[in-house]
Design a protein around this ligand. Structure first.
Ligand code: ZN
Length: 249
């Protein structure tokens, strides 16, 4: 079974379309949340995401944009959340509100999926110190997480804990980086962000997990970033939200 693992699409339709076009054949889609917020096409992105499958974990922006919770966001994030709230179709708002809180285990597998961490859906896992308690707390040997918008992995073996990530050579072509998972290890794996990467690489990020071969493959794919930026500016959203896309931060 092969799962397409997506996270942090953030209403970026161009990035999502590029990812779906580039994704290798897969059996299921696991979505780690933050479908909306920041980008200019929340309704169109939800229309595209819903038919991909039921497995979607909620993110903090999904909760904020659907009015479930109020958070202390940065000024630009807040502007985007209020704007998203104002244009969301009713049916889409209800769908966002119905999303599950992680950790959730997809029916067809023995992994778990969260937005932030296994311990707290809003926790950011940047460093090995951040991740260490979650590596122990996770219910399954393999957990997929998002929220930081960075392609990164953490693992623990018998005695050691490590932090690692893909190594790429290109900057504007599609690229992939496979990781052979070892039995007896525990993993936390972030596919990166589809719609607002923050690891200094503007290309849309995603991953594919093959449970028969125990291979997790990180992918990057270029997309029409100029069009995504144009839509953000046309919607009257902060220019900074458009600018950051071309820099990947
Ligand atoms: Zn996010």
């Amino acid at each position: 079974m092969r799962a397409l693992v997506l996270s942090d699409i953030h209403a970026n339709l161009e990035a999502l379309e590029a990812v779906l076009a580039a994704a290798p054949p897969h059996d299921v889609v696991w979505n780690l949340g933050d479908v909306v917020g920041y980008g200019a096409n929340p309704n169109e992105v939800i229309d595209r995401v819903r038919p991909l499958g039921k497995f979607v974990v909620r993110g903090n922006h999904d909760r904020a944009c659907s009015g479930l919770e109020v958070f202390d966001f940065s000024q630009n994030a807040k502007v985007a959340i209020l704007w998203t709230e104002s244009i969301l179709e009713d049916d889409h708002r209800e769908w966002l509100r119905s999303l599950a809180m992680g950790p959730v285990t997809p029916e067809e597998s023995a992994v778990s999926c969260v937005h932030g961490s296994p311990r707290d859906e809003d926790e950011y896992l940047f460093t090995l110190d951040d991740a260490a308690p979650s590596l122990q707390a996770a219910c399954c040997p393999i957990t997929f997480f998002g929220h930081t918008h960075r392609q990164v992995g953490f693992a623990t073996g018998e005695y050691t804990e490590t932090r690692f990530g893909p190594e790429y050579n290109l900057s504007s072509e599609p690229e992939q980086f496979p990781l052979q998972l070892r039995s007896g290890y525990r993993y936390l794996l972030n596919p990166g962000s589809v719609g607002q990467p923050r690891d200094s690489d503007w290309r849309a990020a995603f991953a594919v997990y093959d449970d028969e071969q125990s291979i997790f493959t990180w992918h990057r794919v270029p997309y029409d970033v100029a069009e995504a930026q144009r839509r953000i500016r046309d919607a009257g959203l902060p220019n900074a939200l458009a600018y950051r896309l071309e820099r990947g931060f």
